[in-house]
Design a protein. Sequence first.
Length: 279
Amino acid sequence: MSSGHERSAVYAAIVASISVLTSCGSGNTNAPQASTSGAAAGGTTTSAGTPVGKAKGKKSKPFTGKTIVLDPGHNGGNGAHPSDINRKVDIVNGRKECDTTGTESASGYSEHAYTWDVSNRLKKILQARGAKVVLTRNNDTGVGPCINERAAIGNQAKADVALSVHADGAPKSGHGFHIIEPAPIKGHTDKIVKDSSRLALALRAAYLRGTGISYSDYIGKDALDVRGDLGGLNLSTVPKVFIETGNMANPGDIAKLADPNFRQRIAESLATGLAAYFG
């Protein structure tokens, strides 16, 4: 049996050996060492020194650095202020009412409440994925803003894209969704037509796949409609489209639009379309 002095010497040698192995990164899995070249946020790194946590965060936020303007159609106070919303404003190629009351379902579910709800659901999704989101109105009890002001909000924000959310009030026999693109107007929309069309295609594919609502059977071609009479499009200097997400007068469409769970599905589908546009 060795003496106490000998045991102390052996123990010291073992400790020194372990210290050397650890400092060389020899695979001591019970005591991982912090990387001096890792992410500043403290994320772990790959063997090549890539900050894993940071890379994952970037992938999970596809809208980082993007500004998206959401335009919930109409407003809750419009109906009580006809003189305000009926006044005419310039839309480049004519004059049109400042705004309208929008439509409503047979049971009284209003378009303005619907668009406000969907837009806020979409806002939360986009913000969680890194976007800066600007709404053209702050509540569902006000008046307007006018269609020219709605376009100006997107322009002033220097938005990467703007999306106006609506639901249609067509004859109840018609069903489905459609997307409205800006018509080319020289000196005004000609610079945004191409990107707006690309945005429309991305949203159309995602909305069809995500909601199962079919292309409109009463307007447009393959759910696309080009118009030059909408101030919100004519006055935009950033890529912009309107989406009529369904027909509130159609029993089948409104059964979906009136369901909160389905409205979440709508918002998620629109977010997917926007991601595809930027992708």
